[in-house]
Design a protein. Structure first.
Length: 89
């Protein structure tokens, strides 16, 4: 996870496990389906692109980056209503 990342985002807390409860597609076109689980590691936000990165680990050994764009035409609706898509595991 890059230095300067945040340990919290919305209700997500670093070190806690979460599951996808409603399907969503991230900025890179990857589909996250219900049942997908991971440990939240942290987040970072790039204001000039409205870019939000969620850093997660599905198996507590590898790190994945879920890139999102906080704009209405991208993943803004998902980010604004994250609790509809992701819940504590």
């Amino acid at each position: 996870m890059p230095s300067g990342s945040n340990q919290r985002f919305a209700f997500l807390e670093a070190g806690k496990r979460y599951k996808v409860v409603a399907e969503f597609t991230d900025f890179d076109g990857a589909v996250h389906r219900p049942g997908e689980e991971w440990t939240f590691l942290g987040s970072s936000f790039l204001p000039y692109d409205d870019g939000l990165s969620l850093f997660v680990s599905p198996d507590d050994s590898q790190e994945l980056q879920i890139r999102m764009q906080w704009r209405p035409e991208s993943q803004g609706g998902i980010i604004d209503h994250l609790g509809k898509y992701v819940a504590p595991a």
